[in-house]
Write a protein of this length. Structure first.
Length: 409
């Protein structure tokens, strides 16, 4: 889940919109000093619900294959090339979009059936590899496709979506599915003690994998934290803290910022991504809820403060892939449900408003970005499922009532 990074110059007005609003919030006493407890339930401005619903409708009209296409999605609106269906990553993000719409106050019931159908559709990507190694593959196995590698980060996020549906429905089968996804992802723990900074989760289930990455390790920690909170099985707490601690020990650059990956040859990819910041904020927040250990809340708030200071400077949020920002903002809102800080929502709203204004084609309702999935609008680039799903998730999360934000996963 690492697209090519794209740098772009943008108009000063946009820089001011995103950076100034968030910077003002960061400068407030709540971020710098003592925070306040989670705020009383409020109903957000209906504009976010409207934007989430209209973007979902546009995605469904242009990218959903319907019953004839097995309830799957296309990768983008260009049907002349590529696979007939999307990879698991795109499908998962579209699924999460439906799950997040399900959480909208008042309107969420309209998405209940869609959310359940999308989660059930994960099975289309599931297969058992030679040697009896099960996993959700990056592309559809036979009979719908030719299959693909098992990426452990893909399996992490499939598990997180099952947690979302479990929290929404209370149906234990979704909790079981989340446990299965974690069992797959945890196979990736690297046991070679001769490596620099031993441990961490491998990226791909393949003998030639040489990458231990912040994304797969942080998302695995977040999934394990949820599983501990829901089951009280101490093995999940051990896993979550082991994964969380490895990222902090081996890839942390500064508070809330994590280098992309550590290679087995000792080199480090120092690229920073918003979703790596988010996964660690989300993990610490859930660990605090589950254990009541105040150090996790302190670490979550420090990571949020440090990452916001970085990402809201020099228009960096706009240059990140929209899907990575969706992870990040939702994890900030999850933290907000535990200890309120206006900086979190301010940053998310500023970016969401600017992206609605600058990257949306009003004729189709679809969002267009650079090949990286972020940056300036490019209407010549086919609209991608990944990008639409990311925007729906952000709009929907901003449309949730504050007393529901703790259900973000």
């Amino acid at each position: 889940m690492t697209p090519t990074r794209y740098s772009t110059t943008t108009a000063f007005t946009r820089v001011a919109t995103v950076a100034t609003v968030a910077a003002l919030a960061i400068g407030g006493s709540i971020v710098a000093g003592t925070g306040t407890p989670a705020h009383a339930a409020t109903s957000p401005d209906g504009v976010w619900q409207s934007r989430a619903s209209s973007t979902y409708d546009a995605m469904q009209d242009s990218l959903y294959t319907g019953a004839a296409g097995h309830g799957l999605y296309r990768e983008n609106t260009d049907t002349s090339t590529g696979n007939p269906y999307s990879y698991l990553w795109e499908y998962r993000e579209a699924t999460q979009a439906a799950l997040d719409l399900q959480g909208l106050p008042g309107a969420g019931a309209a998405y209940t059936n869609s959310a359940a159908a999308r989660v059930s559709g994960f099975q289309n990507y599931y297969a058992v590899l030679p040697g009896g190694r099960p996993g959700y593959e990056s592309y559809l196995p036979a009979p719908l496709g030719t299959g693909g590698d098992v990426y452990y980060d893909d399996n992490d996020v499939v598990g997180l979506s099952n947690i979302s549906e479990y929290r929404a429905t209370g149906n234990a089968s979704y909790l079981d599915a989340a446990r299965t996804a974690f069992d797959i992802a945890s196979r990736g723990w690297n046991t070679d003690t001769t490596l620099t900074c031993p441990g961490g989760l491998d990226w791909i289930d393949r003998p030639d994998n040489t990458v231990r990455a912040a994304n797969v390790t942080g998302l695995g920690a977040q999934l394990a934290a949820h599983l501990y909170e829901e089951t009280k099985d101490p093995s999940y707490l051990r896993w979550s803290t082991k994964l969380y601690d490895w990222n902090n020990r081996c890839l942390r650059q500064s508070a809330g910022l994590y280098q992309n990956s550590r290679n087995d040859d000792g080199t480090v990819d120092t690229t920073l991504w918003t979703y790596n910041s988010g996964a660690m904020i989300g993990t610490a927040t859930i660990l605090y809820r589950a254990t009541q250990d105040p150090k996790y809340l302190q670490q979550a708030r420090a990571a949020a403060r440090g990452s916001l200071a970085y990402w809201t400077t020099d228009n960096r949020l706009q240059q990140q892939p929209a899907v990575f920002n969706a992870f990040y903002f939702k994890d900030l809102l999850l933290l907000d449900s535990v200890q309120h800080d206006p900086a979190y929502r301010a940053a998310a709203e500023a970016w969401a408003n600017a992206t609605w204004r600058d990257n949306r084609d009003p004729a189709t309702g679809l969002f267009h970005f650079q090949p990286s999935g972020g940056g300036d609008v490019d209407l010549t680039r086919p609209a991608a499922t990944l990008d639409q799903a990311a925007m729906i998730q952000v709009f929907a999360a901003l449309g949730w009532s504050s007393d529901r934000l703790g259900d973000i996963s």
